[in-house]
Ligand binder design. Structure first.
Ligand SMILES: *Cc1c(COP(=O)(O)O)cnc(C)c1O
Length: 496
């Protein structure tokens, strides 16, 4: 098999093996790691159609992580995609009228980030071993809600790792807070900081950049790492479910072999849709990659004008995981659109850093015609949840609804009725209040857990374990601190 090496998007740094790129996370020049050459599938869709999720995941991941042995990679996959998921299919498809909703929310925290964060800890510890690193890996994360819990669930009790999550006190929803502070696992630590999310994030960055601390840590046998969505160890596992969804549609006779499908992705940081782009490049017959935004529609404007401009009001929406003005993973697409020219890409990223915007050339735009950008506003998002529920009985979360709304608009505008896969990124139980209010305003006065029961009843869906668990779970973490104390908290937890 062809060896795939990784380099930075901002310089000629690199030619790193996959395990080295996973361990490093971000390149020294601030760029992201990209495969120097994109691999291609070496199995036909017909062959993949007969495989289980874990087997397809192996066939995809082996193409990117070429320095992992078959045994290493299969071990990582088996530890990640097991009975922590509430269905053997791992990522089932539900046909809701015409399109197929690819349900990526059957993992332990009922959102799609589990698809990557369940496997990342194993990829990281395997990478450490392969590179002779015997330090314990310490993950530090600042979270405004979702990522923190998904990372905690992924790293809990994984040997050779510790994880510390900081969240803004009063800055996450009560359910999100409860999910985090009830986290089990001796290697987990959850801390509320007296500050907002930006302060938490800045505090974490300062700790990462503190050279003295890094040396002290190394002498005691620890090193920091990040579970950030720019790590290729998070991106590549996401490619697998797009390939799997195509194979599954073929296996079920919903499409002919080779027939092109469209994919719609509710987008924030651009990781999930970039994975779909890589799936297409592997040879999956995908036509359009439809990028759905909420009212923070930077990406819609970008795909429609060629200008990326983050200078605008930040809007808090009912789909908070997509409330993002800088989509970090877009950098990888920009790099590819320059014809893999790191210096050109760097000058765009410098413009973004200094003036908050950049404009790509017409030549680059011509390379991005597979992408379609659209958005759904708050009213449309709520209306779509209600309409689809009333028409079909199927209940979507707010993020998925943004994608569904964009899909319906796209079909109406273009008449393009290819079979379509919609990435369904969260369970409706994760955003119960917004979902139930969209269906009927009478739910406004109900308590959180009453709403959970009601959602289960009207949608005829079982309450996921992730929700049931926190109803009566014990509080395991109650540390609070000032932002200035974050470093000491980390040292205390590590006992250094
Ligand atoms: C993170 C997240 C998204 C956005 O995904 P990106 O890869 O950042 O574009 C969408 N929906 C949900 C529920 C998420 O948690």
């Amino acid at each position: 098999m062809k060896e795939i090496l990784y380099k930075s998007t901002r310089s000629e740094d690199g030619a790193l093996k996959a395990s080295e790129a996973i361990l490093k996370g971000l390149a020294d020049d601030g760029g992201l790691f990209v495969p120097i050459e994109l691999p291609e599938l070496d199995k036909s869709m017909k062959e993949l159609a007969g495989m289980k999720y874990q087997e397809v995941a192996y066939e995809v991941m082996k193409l990117f992580f070429t320095d992992f042995t078959e045994e290493e990679l299969k071990k990582c996959i088996d530890k990640a995609y097991d009975e922590k998921f509430d269905t053997e299919e791992i990522a089932p498809l539900a046909q809701v009228k015409d399109p197929y909703h690819l349900e990526l929310f059957h993992g332990p925290t009922i959102a799609f980030k589990d698809m990557a964060l369940q496997i990342l800890p194993h990829l990281l510890t395997t990478s450490a071993k392969k590179n002779g690193v015997d330090n314990e890996i310490v993950i530090l994360t600042a979270t405004s809600g979702d990522t923190g819990k998904a990372a905690l669930a992924g790293f809990a009790d994984v040997e050779g790792t510790k994880i510390i999550v900081f969240y803004p006190d009063g800055g996450v929803s009560p359910i999100q807070e409860k999910q985090m502070v009830t986290q089990k696992g001796d290697n987990t630590h959850v801390v509320a900081i007296k500050g907002n999310f930006d302060e938490a994030q800045t505090g974490v960055k300062n700790i990462f950049n503190n050279k003295e601390l890094a040396e002290e840590m190394a002498s005691k046998g620890f090193q920091f790492s990040s579970a950030n969505s720019i790590n290729i160890g998070r991106l590549v596992p996401q490619v697998a479910y797009y390939v799997y969804s195509y194979a599954k549609l073929l296996a079920e006779g919903k499409i002919e072999d080779g027939e092109k499908i469209n994919v719609v992705v509710p987008t924030g940081n651009f990781g999930n849709i970039l994975a779909a782009f890589y799936a297409k490049n592997l040879g999956t017959p995908i036509d359009k990659l439809i990028c759905a935004s909420n009212e923070n529609k930077v990406l819609y404007d970008f795909f429609n004008t060629g200008e990326y401009d983050k200078n605008r009001e930040f809007i808090l929406t009912s789909s908070p995981s997509m409330d993002i003005l800088i989509s970090s993973n877009l950098e990888r697409l920009i790099y590819h659109a320059t014809g893999n020219d790191a210096s050109k890409n760097k000058s765009f990223m410098d413009d973004l850093q200094s003036g908050g915007k950049y404009e790509i050339t017409d030549e680059m735009r011509a390379k991005l015609t597979d992408f379609v950008g659209d958005f759904a506003d708050e009213q449309e998002t709520a209306d779509t949840i209600k309409r689809i529920y009333e028409d079909t009985g199927y209940i979507m979360d707010t993020h998925t609804s943004v994608a569904r709304c964009v899909y319906d608009k796209y079909v109406e505008k273009t008449g393009d009725n290819k079979a379509t896969v919609i990435a369904s990124t969260a369970s409706p139980f994760k955003f119960t209040r917004a979902v139930m209010n969209a269906i009927d305003s009478k739910y406004e006065s109900m308590e959180d857990f009453e709403l959970v029961d009601e959602l289960s009843r009207i949608g005829n869906i079982e309450i996921p374990n992730a929700i049931e668990e926190i109803r009566n779970a014990d509080i395991k973490h109650n540390t609070k601190c000032e932002t200035e104390e974050m470093e000491n908290i980390v040292k205390d937890f590590l006992g250094i």
